[in-house]
Ligand binder design. Sequence first.
Ligand SMILES: NCc1[nH]cc(CCC(=O)O)c1CC(=O)O
Length: 309
Amino acid sequence: MTLRLGTRGSTLAMAQSTTIAEAVRARTGRDVDLVEIVTPGDRSSAPIPQLGVGVFVSALRDALLAKEIDFAVHSYKDLPTAGAEGLVIAAIPTRADPRDALVARGGLTLNELPDDARIGTGALRRIAQINALGRRLTAVPLRGNIDTRLRKLAEGEFDAIVLANAGLVRIDRGGEATEVLDPLLMLPAPAQGALAVECREDDAELREILAALDDEYTRAAVTAERALLAELEAGCSAPIAALAEVAEGDEGPEIYLRGAVFSPDGGFALRLSRTGTLADAAEVGRALARDLREEGADNALGVQHDPHP
Ligand SMILES: NCc1[nH]cc(CCC(=O)O)c1CC(=O)O
């Protein structure tokens, strides 16, 4: 039987879904139909924080649960940290480049941008880190599909924009990055560059098919980053950054997790790291979150604590 892959219609979503559909076809010989699902997030141009974190995801999940589609491909970083009842992330394929990219008019790098350059970006995490550079750069709100953002840059609304390098590469515009930003300067969002392939929990046959697309190292890295995010209890628009990398250690592969929290003005920046085994990925994330909290992360997040616990 033909498998139905639900997807948003954006260039990025279509590119991601097409890649996964091809991989499933190649492995199983099964036909995969792409079914376009329009989400409220696609219809509105309001800022993401006002729309809510799950705005792109809920419509796909509803379609899965209603059996209108069999599986869906999400940008992992857009998923709320809470899972969905009755659904499972059946595959986390090998991650693309997790870093952010600068696209500047005139081919400029971050260092070459003039004082008072206007940098377009929607994410508080990026705004905070641009501010934390200590340069006289102005972060200007920008949202929309990647194509829309690139168009606004070309039209002269901004001197540069910052966006996920994986997104640029996936829509075949990776060549437009004028600098791929070192995580030391711009730590990415938890799970940036990774995909989540979701299906119904009770669909054993499809789960087995999708499991073949899973990448162990990517799953461990994303697990650590997302555990950190969940432990800090913040949605995707909070200024939290995390990047886990897997390297071969003396006793097998090891996870190296960096995490950071920022105040939006960049005046507060806290960066810490931890290492651990792949099997401990979630605990590495939670432990680093606790470290961050102990060192004052809540000052940046503005979390109110009971003064008399
Ligand atoms: N928030 C939107 C979004 N969701 C996923 C990507 C890019 C691809 C990825 O991170 O997997 C983007 C664009 C961006 O952040 O610039």
